[in-house]
Ligand binder design. Sequence first.
Ligand SMILES: C[S@@+](CC[C@H](N)C(=O)[O-])C[C@H]1O[C@@H](n2cnc3c(N)ncnc32)[C@H](O)[C@@H]1O
Length: 218
Amino acid sequence: MLRFLSDHFAFFRQFRETFESTGAIAPSSRFLARAMTGPLSKRDRPVRVLEVGPGTGAVTQRIVRLLQPGDRFDLVELNPVFANILRRKFDSDPAYHRVADQTTVHQIPVQEFVADQPYDFIISGLPLNNFPTALVREIFETFFRLLASGGTLSYFEYMYVRPIRKAIGSRPDRVRLRELEAVIQPYLRQHRTHRSWVFANLPPAWVQHLRPRLRGPV
Ligand SMILES: C[S@@+](CC[C@H](N)C(=O)[O-])C[C@H]1O[C@@H](n2cnc3c(N)ncnc32)[C@H](O)[C@@H]1O
């Protein structure tokens, strides 16, 4: 309970201090974490997993439970406060510590992250709807560069946030959201395998699951 409260407090503080990159008022629910890790839970061999934007670890705590010997787990987090919280968990929380030897927390923007091998699963909590169009384009290119052939990208977005903001947002925001859609929709049309609906989250969210049909970008 103490951990839950301190994670929520740390998250809320970062939400106030770095709204654009934190993008949410509270960590994701365990229902959303379960939907994000659905494809990972069905794997049948050792895998490489990349979590992007783990924050205080709402999804990480589910990933660490699913990891097995022989897996590799990398986390890429922009915010140094969150990266330190996570590193402390891998040092001292038994559920995290179990897989500490297979894991690295990288404090770096994902668009600058370079890996020596591609990943079978990329699980992203990035608040894409808050970002400039050019950054979202760069992030999708990064995801598809880092995904192994046959790998799965799972990311969430809050339900109907783009249509709502397009209806009531400022003019520059409406233009930006239209541009975002033009970047994201081709990826969804070409590569989406399914979408999970998660109502037990604040706010409710969709999880988009994509598997590249061809190696490389769209
Ligand atoms: C909406 S929070 C999600 C946190 C957590 N995954 C959850 O579901 O509760 C977004 C996270 O993405 C991180 N982030 C934002 N931009 C990033 C970037 N370019 N590279 C890596 N992490 C980023 C933020 O610092 C924050 O931790």
